[in-house]
Ligand binder design. Structure first.
Ligand code: 5AD
Ligand code: SF4
Length: 465
C-alpha cells in the first residue's frame, strides 16, 4: 500500500482486540511497545489470548534461518485458528515482513497484513484495509522515521527498553539488518530524556538504551551535537537511582569520551556488550567488521583502564565461510583473553541478499555444531570461574521480585546484569537496592545473603553520587 491512504476510524462493529507475539532481539520488544502505543491510541485493546483476538500480529526476526522457520511454524497454528474464525486478521510485522513480503502474502495465503519496521505509524490504516478484504501491505523503509513522538505502551514494572536509534549502516557481510531495518537514524536527545523522565516518575529502575549500533547515535540538532556519550550523560542525570544500560556497541565507534562518561556516572552500568564475532583477522575482514583483533583487545584494555571493574559480553559466530580450525582456535583465544561475563553464540546462517550469501557456505553443519559447542563450553567455564571470584564479595542488587522457582526467594540483578537469588525478606519491596554478600555461584546465577546493616532506602543505598 503506498500513496495517500484515507484515515479510517474504528469500524462501528468493534473488532479491536489485538494479540501480538514478539520474536528476536530487544529492538523488536521495544517496537512491539511502539506498535501497541499506536494501536491503543486508536482505541484498540490488547489481549494476551489469541482465541480472544480479532487481530493477530507476529513481530518477526530474520537474523538467522531458524528464527524464520519458527515463525513459519507458528503461522501454521494460526492457519487452524483461521479456518475456525476466518474473520480474524493475521499480520506479520518486523524484519520478515521486509524480507519475505511476496512469499507471505502470495504463497502462505493466511497472511492478511505485512508491515515492515518503518511503517507502524500507518498500521491502523493497513488493518482497516485488511478488514475490508484486501491485503494491507506497508514495507517502505524510511531515512527519517524514529517514532520519536510515539509513547510506547508499557506495563508498569522496573525495567524498560528504549530504542534511541534505528537501522544500521555497517553492512557486516553476514547480516540482514541493514536490508530489513534500513539506514541509521537517531531520535532527538530531548525526546529520549523526556521518556526517561516519565519512566522515572513511574518508578522504573533500570533502562536500556537500544540501537543496532548505539555508538553511532547522533542528534545533529542538539547544541554542539549530541553524540551517544552526551545522550548517556543526559539520561544518567535524570534519576540517579535509575540504572542505565545500553546495547549494542560496535568496536569501531566506541570512543574514549564514551568510556569516560561511563566512568563518571555511577548509575551508568559498568558493562559493555561488544560483539567480537570472530578472533581471526582474516575472518573479521571477510565479515567486513572493520577492526582487527589487536584493535579490539586494545579497546578492551582501554575500557578496563578508564572504567575500573568494567565487564564485557559479546556475540560470536561459529563456522563463517572458509573458517579453519586455526581461525576457530583464535576465537577461543580471544575469549580466554577478554574473559567475557557472557556471550550470545551462534552458528553461521547464510542469509539471502547479504554479501556472505554469495560465499561458499563450506563449513559443514557438523563442524559448525562442534565449534559452537566448544565456544559454549569455554564461555560456561569462564562465566563459572568469574562468578566464583565473586564469592565473599558484596554486590549492590536491584530486587526485581520473587524468583521463578519459589516465593521463598527474591531474584535481583547486579550492576553487570547478573541474576542474584536471595531469601525473600518481606520488608523489602521489589524496586529497592540492597547490599548482598555472594556465597554461592553457578555459571548462570549468583546466590547471596542480605547484609544486616542494609538501608532499604534506595536514594541512599546504591549510588554514591
Ligand atoms: N548467522 C549467524 N549469526 C548472525 N548474527 C547476525 N547475522 C547472523 C548470521 N547470518 C549474529 C551476530 C550479531 C547477532 C545479533 O546475531 O553475532 O551480533
Ligand atoms: Fe548487523 Fe553488523 Fe549492523 Fe550489527 S553492526 S546490525 S551485525 S550489520
Amino acid at each position: 500500500m503506498t500513496g495517500k491512504l484515507k484515515i479510517f476510524t474504528l469500524p462501528l462493529m468493534q473488532k479491536n482486540n489485538v494479540y501480538i507475539e514478539t520474536y528476536g532481539c530487544q529492538m523488536n520488544v521495544a517496537d512491539t511497545e511502539i506498535v501497541l502505543g499506536i494501536l491503543k491510541k486508536q482505541g484498540y485493546d490488547v489481549t494476551d489470548k489469541p482465541d480472544n483476538a480479532d487481530i493477530i500480529l507476529l513481530n518477526t526476526c530474520s537474523i538467522r534461518e531458524n528464527a524464520e522457520q519458527r515463525i513459519y511454524g507458528r503461522l501454521g497454528n494460526f492457519k487452524t485458528l483461521k479456518t475456525q474464525r476466518p474473520e480474524v486478521i493475521v499480520g506479520i510485522l518486523g524484519c520478515m515482513a521486509e524480507r519475505l513480503k511476496k512469499d507471505l502474502i502470495e504463497e502462505k495465503k493466511i497472511v492478511d497484513l505485512v508491515v515492515g519496521p518503518d511503517e507502524y505509524r500507518r498500521l491502523p490504516e493497513y488493518i482497516d484495509v485488511a478488514f475490508n478484504g484486501d491485503k494491507g501491505i506497508g514495507v517502505k523503509l524510511s531515512r527519517t522515521e524514529t517514532y520519536d513522538d510515539i509513547e510506547p505502551h508499557r506495563e508498569d514494572g522496573l525495567s524498560a527498553w528504549i530504542s534511541v536509534m534505528r537501522g544500521c549502516d555497517k553492512f557486516c557481510t553476514f547480516c540482514v539488518v541493514p536490508f530489513t531495518r534500513g539506514r541509521e537514524r537517531s531520535r532527538s536527545l530531548e525526546s529520549v530524556v523526556k521518556e526517561v523522565e516519565s519512566l522515572s516518575a513511574r518508578r522504573f529502575k533500570d533502562v536500556t538504551l537500544l540501537g543496532q549500533n548505539v555508538n553511532s547515535y547522533l542528534d545533529e540538532q542538539f547544541a554542539n551535537g549530541g553524540d551517544f556519550a552526551d545522550l548517556l550523560a543526559a539520561v544518567a542525570k535524570v534519576d540517579r537511582t535509575m540504572r542505565v544500560r545500553f546495547t549494542t556497541s560496535h568496536p569501531q565507534d566506541l570512543s574514549d569520551k564514551l568510556l569516560h562518561t561511563i566512568a563518571k556516572h555511577p548509575n551508568l552500568c559498568n558493562h559493555i556488550h561488544l560483539p567480537v564475532q570472530s578472533g581471526s583477522n582474516r575472518i573479521l575482514e571477510l565479515m567486513n567488521r572493520t577492526y582487527t583483533v589487536e584493535h579490539y583487545l586494545d579497546l578492551i584494555e582501554r575500557a578496563k583502564r578508564i572504567i575500573p571493574g568494567v565487564s564485557f559480553s559479546t556475540d560470536i559466530i561459529a563456522g563463517f565461510p572458509t573458517e579453519t580450525w586455526e581461525d576457530h582456535l583464535a576465537t577461543l583465544d580471544v575469549m580466554r583473553q577478554v574473559r567475557y561475563d557472557g556471550a550470545y553464540m551462534f552458528k553461521y546462517s547464510p542469509r539471502e541478499g547479504t554479501k556472505a550469501f554469495k560465499m561458499n557456505d563450506d563449513v559443514t553443519e557438523e563442524i559448525k555444531s562442534k565449534r559452537l559447542q566448544e565456544i559454549i563450553e569455554l564461555q560456561q567455564q569462564i562465566s563459572f570461574e568469574k562468578n566464583q571470584e565473586l564469592i565473599g564479595k558484596e554486590e549492590t542488587v536491584l530486587v526485581e521480585g520473587f524468583s521463578r522457582k519459589s516465593d521463598d526467594f527474591y531474584a535481583g540483578r547486579t550492576d553487570s546484569n547478573k541474576v542474584v537469588i536471595i531469601s525473600a525478606d518481606r520488608n523489602i519491596q521489589p524496586g529497592t537496592y540492597v547490599k548482598v554478600k555472594i556465597n554461592k555461584a553457578t555459571h548462570a546465577t549468583l546466590f547471596g545473603e542480605l547484609m544486616n546493616e542494609v538501608q532499604i532506602d534506595d536514594e541512599k543505598i546504591v549510588l554514591s553520587v
